[in-house]
Design a protein around this ligand. Structure first.
Ligand code: ATP
Ligand code: MG
Length: 319
């Protein structure tokens, strides 16, 4: 697995870097910075990718950098491990169906408390500690996300019925980084637990995001989940849908794969699944020719958009 070998080389590599290579990395970023300047990029930060403290701090710095060079990052976070830990303390366990947590009233209360009051806070303070201005909110704030019950058998699991993107648009134009917890409320004020991948896709669609990036704990979409070398680097929505139907995708990857498809169909330029355990995964995806993880586009023709291929042309024009 090529990606994983770079995981521990963050500081070592920078010490070994000769000045030329450092400068080249900055120059390589230029066409991407110009291309995505002013664009919204939704970054879904997975509960599993955020459990390492050093990586969490590095993620926060990367988000501040993305904002500082003129993009508009919007962070949406999950928190499955953190919710599980709190439920365990209460002697409760969750059942998952197709990657979704069956949510009774007590589980909803814990999920809402942990996501909004703990996980979201930690991300906000990490971004702010890196010099950014992050503001935490859930789908309940400013009626950002109107939820609707998904399936009575899942309890208080919500789906996104409507998004009020104006709340986020106003924040990003004031250089604030919104950090969104995946809770929504229905029109009567009842809160719902919304899968964070689903929430990120709905926001990416409503905001017309150039990209939606899912940071997770695997290299990307795997043709065979047991084999990390079976990474699918590019796929169309039809191909991803086929993988869900065939059963190649299971557990938490089901809502994530569906979310990538929905985001792209709703207007996001492309959807990406990356290994959040790789330091600076977001920067590698946005600002380099590397093209890590899995990229999902509407069709094959669009596969060049927003990624290495066409940007390389821009770069050649400029150099
Ligand atoms: N075909 C597949 N390719 C890749 N991962 C898969 C596949 N099928 C199932 N998975 C599982 O999906 C998991 C990722 O989803 P998961 O919901 O656990 O994490 P997350 O979405 O990053 O975090 P959170 O749910 O806390 O926000 C992987 O760890 C892997 O075990
Ligand atoms: Mg998940």
């Amino acid at each position: 697995m090529t990606q994983a070998t770079g995981a521990h080389t963050d500081h070592e590599a920078s010490h070994g870097f000769e000045p030329e290579r450092r400068a080249r990395a900055l120059v390589e970023a230029l066409p991407y910075i110009r291309r995505f300047r002013g664009a919204v990029v939704v970054v879904k930060y997975g509960g599993h990718a955020m459990t390492d403290a050093a990586l969490a701090a590095s993620f926060a710095r990367d988000i501040v950098l993305v904002r500082s060079v003129g993009l508009h990052p919007v962070v949406v976070h999950g928190g499955a491990p953190q919710i599980a830990e709190h439920l365990r303390k209460l002697g409760k366990q969750s059942e998952f169906r197709d990657g979704l947590r069956v949510t009774d009233a007590e589980t909803l209360e814990v999920a809402r408390m942990v996501l909004v009051g703990k996980v979201g806070r930690d991300i906000v303070s990490a971004i702010n500690a890196s010099g950014g201005a992050a503001l935490g909110l859930s789908g309940e704030d400013g009626r950002l996300v109107t939820a609707v019950r998904r399936d009575p058998a899942l309890g208080f699991v919500g789906d996104v019925a409507a998004v009020n993107p104006g709340v986020i648009e106003r924040l990003v134009t004031r250089e604030i980084v919104p950090v969104v917890s995946s809770i929504g409320a229905d029109t009567g004020g009842q809160a719902y637990n919304i899968n964070a991948d689903t929430m990120a896709a709905a926001l990416a669609g409503a905001l017309g995001a150039a990209k939606v990036v899912y940071l997770t704990d695997v290299p990307g979409l795997l043709a065979d989940p047991a084999d990390v070398s079976s990474l699918v680097s590019r796929a169309t929505v039809t191909e991803v849908e086929a993988m869900v139907t065939s059963g190649a995708v299971s557990g938490g990857m089901i809502p994530k794969a569906r979310a990538c498809v929905d985001a792209v169909l709703q207007g996001a330029g492309s959807a990406h699944m990356l290994d959040g355990r790789i330091p600076h995964a977001v920067l590698l995806e946005l600002f380099t020719d590397a093209g890590i993880g899995t990229m999902i586009t509407r069709n094959h023709e669009e596969a060049g958009d927003g990624s290495g291929a066409s940007s390389k042309e821009t770069r050649e024009d400029e150099t």
